[in-house]
Design a protein around this ligand. Structure first.
Ligand code: C2E
Ligand code: MG
Ligand code: MG
Ligand code: MG
Length: 287
């Protein structure tokens, strides 16, 4: 019996492997066309000040609207785009899209709005040529560099630490802020904190989502927040879904948060509607 079970599980394994493989091949093939035809759009997830509920930040997240397969998650194609070298071109499109938006929103509704863009390791190659070009582009178009924040993961720093750190130092001089994303999920995170001054630390949602009174995850979040505060970083908690998580984070001294409790990632139009509502409420309070 053990033998046949073993054989079945091998059969199952290879079958899965080949469908995964085919799926990847299809995504690779379709991704080139998608980049050419711009089958993407950006969504914006509000980042709120936990105590005031005010929105002055948002994270830009990409969505792929495939003509036959429908919506495809970035978790399914970003890594492949990195592997086949398409990410640089795709990120160029993302940057243009987001900067046009943030410029309009800052002028019309929210002068201190900052939108963060997720970045990939390859964008820091060649002494951070692409990132430096972004700073130049903002300056040329008279968009304050404060309008854009770059999110990077520990994974990025592991791959090409020196180049990345130098490139980030340069753009930070212009006023672009930098956030370490998914904090706590990579390894030797502490070494990166020592070598680079991040403006924001984003606590990964897997810690936040399991927070409840007096448990381990809450203790870990409290410790991360205390450490970040000492190192003069602002903390953004990701994946807040309940009022209790929010309260525990406030008690621990966390300033910012994002998650389904406040809003899911929104289309540009829906995010704009939120900004309009906020501006209207502000003028009621003032007037
Ligand atoms: P991330 O940068 O850590 O983004 C946060 C992810 O958590 C997003 O998933 C967001 O929709 C999701 N999320 C936010 N709040 C909640 C919550 O309360 N509960 C739960 N369960 N999830 C929540 P998304 O949009 O699927 O993106 C996944 C990852 O793909 C991102 O993780 C990021 O690493 C990557 N990604 C997304 N957009 C881009 C992009 O434009 N460029 C690059 N290079 N990577 C991107
Ligand atoms: Mg992110
Ligand atoms: Mg994250
Ligand atoms: Mg993540």
């Amino acid at each position: 019996r053990a033998k046949s079970r073993g054989r079945n599980s091998i059969h199952y394994f290879t079958e899965n492997m080949s469908t995964d493989f085919l799926k990847r091949m299809e995504i690779m093939r379709d991704l080139r066309i998608a980049v050419e035809q711009k089958q993407f759009y950006m969504v914006y997830q509000p980042i709120v000040n936990l105590t005031t509920s005010r929105i002055t930040k948002a994270e830009a997240l990409i969505r792929w609207q495939h003509p036959q397969k429908g919506l495809i998650s970035p978790l399914e194609f970003i890594q492949i785009a990195e592997e086949i070298g398409l990410i640089v071109e795709l990120s160029e499109w993302i940057f243009n899209e987001v900067t046009q938006q943030v410029d309009i929103w800052r002028k019309q509704y929210c002068p201190d709005l900052t939108i963060s863009i997720n970045t990939s390791p390859v964008q820091y190659k060649n002494n951070g040529a692409q990132i430096n070009a972004w700073a130049d582009s903002l300056i040329l178009r008279d968009i304050p560099c404060e309008a854009i924040s770059l999110e990077i993961t520990e994974h990025l720093l592991m791959e090409n630490q020196l180049e990345a750190v130098e490139a980030l130092d340069k753009v930070r001089l212009h006023g672009m802020s930098v956030a370490i994303d998914d904090f706590g999920t990579g390894y030797s995170s502490f070494a990166y904190l020592k070598d680079f001054d991040f403006d924001y630390l984003k606590i990964d949602q897997r810690f936040v989502q399991n927070m409840s009174a007096d448990n381990k995850d809450t203790a870990l979040c409290e410790a991360i927040i205390a450490m970040a505060t000492k190192l003069k970083m602002s903390v953004i908690a990701e994946g807040i879904e309940t009022e209790q998580q929010k309260q525990l984070l406030i008690q621990a001294g966390c300033t910012f948060g994002q998650g389904y409790l406040f809003a899911k990632p929104l289309s540009a139009a829906n995010f704009e509607a939120l900004l309009i509502e906020q501006t209207r409420n502000d003028s009621i309070i003032v007037g």
